[in-house]
Design a protein. Structure first.
Length: 231
């Protein structure tokens, strides 16, 4: 149960004072009846209308975007381009990003206003695999792949086991369950490979699919915690 004015504020109809005016002017209906009481109690099943248009109440949203190179993985920046500028959604000002990508990397970012899910995704003991497609300079040898898979001592930490596949002469896919700063670039450098292009194509079982650069999509709440093994 919510107050009518609070429901309208949460649904982004206006500020507290703006929605109070709308209610008092008789512009808001609940289940077909004009309601002029700002603290009228509404529940999930009630149909609330403004100008005879049903209002969608506040909800948790899940968004994926294909971040282009050159954009920051942030929700605001005073100088640089940032991904939230590419998203047009009623609840965009509530979104947080689960797992950043470098400015010069591209591919899948996941955004949500579901704080609990963000927390679970970025929690280090959850072992959610992120999959990257990496174009490198240097020879991709079996030995390097083995070292990447087994774990590499990066001095400040040893990387957890990864899964690596050579897909082309100069391209590999690598799945890692961590997300340390510049982790892929540092792992590649440690085995003598230089990253030329870095693209994230999956977070757990959320896939980038054929989303074009700069495009975003609202998706159902993902169930990314049902895979103990990397996918
Ligand atoms: N590893 C990197 O080096 N950069 C990224 O953006 C993501 C993973």
């Amino acid at each position: 149960m919510d107050r009518l004015d609070k429901f309208l504020v949460n649904a982004k109809i206006g500020s507290r004072s703006e929605v109070k005016k709308l209610i008092k002017k008789g512009l808001i209906k609940v289940n077909g009846n004009i309601i002029k009481k700002v603290d009228y109690k509404v529940s999930d099943n009630d149909i609330i209308e403004y100008n005879n248009q049903k209002i969608e109440g506040h909800k948790l949203v899940y968004i994926i975007i294909n971040k282009p190179i050159g954009y920051l993985s942030s929700t605001y920046d005073s100088r640089d381009k940032y991904v939230l500028q590419l998203i047009d959604h009623k609840f965009k000002d509530e979104l947080s990003i689960a797992g950043r990508l470098d400015k010069d990397a591209h591919g899948l970012l996941f955004l949500t206003n579901d704080g609990e899910l963000i927390h679970r995704i970025i929690s280090p003991n959850k072992n959610i695999y992120k999959t990257y497609e990496v174009m490198v300079e240097g020879d991709i040898t079996k030995d390097k792949i083995k070292r990447l898979e087994e774990g590499i001592d990066l001095k400040d930490f040893i990387t957890k086991p990864a899964i690596v596949e050579k897909v082309e002469n100069n391209i590999i896919t690598i799945k890692i369950s961590e997300g340390k700063y510049h982790q892929i670039k540092r792992m590649m450098k440690a085995v003598g490979l230089t990253v030329k292009d870095l693209k994230r194509i999956a977070i757990g079982n959320i896939l980038l699919g054929d989303l074009k650069e700069g495009e975003w999509l609202e998706i159902e709440k993902p169930n990314i915690f049902n895979n103990d093994s990397p996918i």
